[in-house]
Design a protein around this ligand. Structure first.
Ligand SMILES: [Zn+2]
Length: 267
């Protein structure tokens, strides 16, 4: 009878060899990474507004799958107001949402952005809640945004704007460095948000609150008709450097998300 050679006696020990343990760890890690990637993809979906239309634009839904506030942030409603667009494009790939739901539309009005003007045919911020007509496209676009907010049970909206003039309470239609609302009374979180936003800003960059209703404005129509908990416009002053305005827009968005209790992290 042949005796097992030395190698056979060593077999059981090979199962626990460092190489196999390492391989197992790598496999486990790969499986975990794949699971995380799947969960990440499930939590981040892209949608389209106006498919194959002149105004086609994309949005992202960051859904934590957990209860929490439901927020929509949009920029580029006016085509010559760029800081908010860049702010959202920079934030979007880095944000992870851990409670509630966040919809981000970085380029709300592509035709106006393409020509770098406030509007293409009509001021998009004066035609809400829109109409189901093809022309001019601003009516249909407004309608789609309104429906998106309604269908996703959005509770808060932020629209990112830019202003040519610095706000003065004595001068009408001066928007620079303000948080604008148009439905009274504003939610109490406005005061906490302003305090958090301003606490580290120098005097010339501090945001003021400004009550300025727009009967057919995006924010006011949705707050009024869809009974949102809050809706605001963030206005940065264009005399500041673009880079600084982008940072201020990002700061305004992130401090707002914290105030409404949406949990998130940045990668
Ligand atoms: Zn604007």
């Amino acid at each position: 009878m042949a005796m097992p050679d030395k190698e056979d006696f060593c077999m059981p020990r090979k199962v626990f060899s460092p190489n196999r343990v390492l391989l197992g760890l790598i496999l486990a890690l790969l499986t975990l990474t794949a699971a995380e990637a799947w969960a990440e993809a499930a939590a981040r979906q892209q949608g389209v507004i106006g498919r194959n239309r002149l105004y086609q634009t994309f949005f992202s839904i960051l859904d934590s799958g957990r209860p929490g506030p439901r927020v929509l942030v949009q920029a580029g409603i006016h085509g010559d107001e760029r800081a908010g667009v860049y702010a959202l494009e920079q934030l979007l790939p880095r944000l992870r949402v851990h409670s509630g739901l966040l919809i981000i539309i970085p380029r709300l009005n592509p035709p106006a952005l393409a020509i770098n003007r406030r509007y293409y045919h009509l001021d998009l911020n004066r035609v809400f809640p829109g109409l189901p007509v093809p022309d001019p496209y601003e009516y249909a676009l407004a309608r789609e945004i309104y429906t998106l907010v309604k269908d996703n049970q959005i509770e808060y909206t932020l629209t990112l704007h830019e202003a040519r003039t610095l706000h003065s309470p004595r001068r009408d239609k001066t928007f620079g460095q303000t948080i604008v609302y148009g439905v009274e009374p504003p939610p109490r979180l406005l005061w906490r948000w302003l305090q958090a936003l301003n606490q580290h800003l120098p005097l010339e960059e501090k945001f003021l609150h400004y009550y300025c209703p727009q009967e057919y404005g995006a924010t006011d129509v949705m707050v009024r008709e869809l009974k949102l908990k809050g809706g605001f416009a963030v206005e940065t002053w264009r005399a500041l450097d673009l880079e600084r305005r982008i940072e201020l827009q990002k700061l305004a968005v992130l401090t707002f998300l914290k105030q409404v209790g949406l949990e998130f992290s940045q990668q």
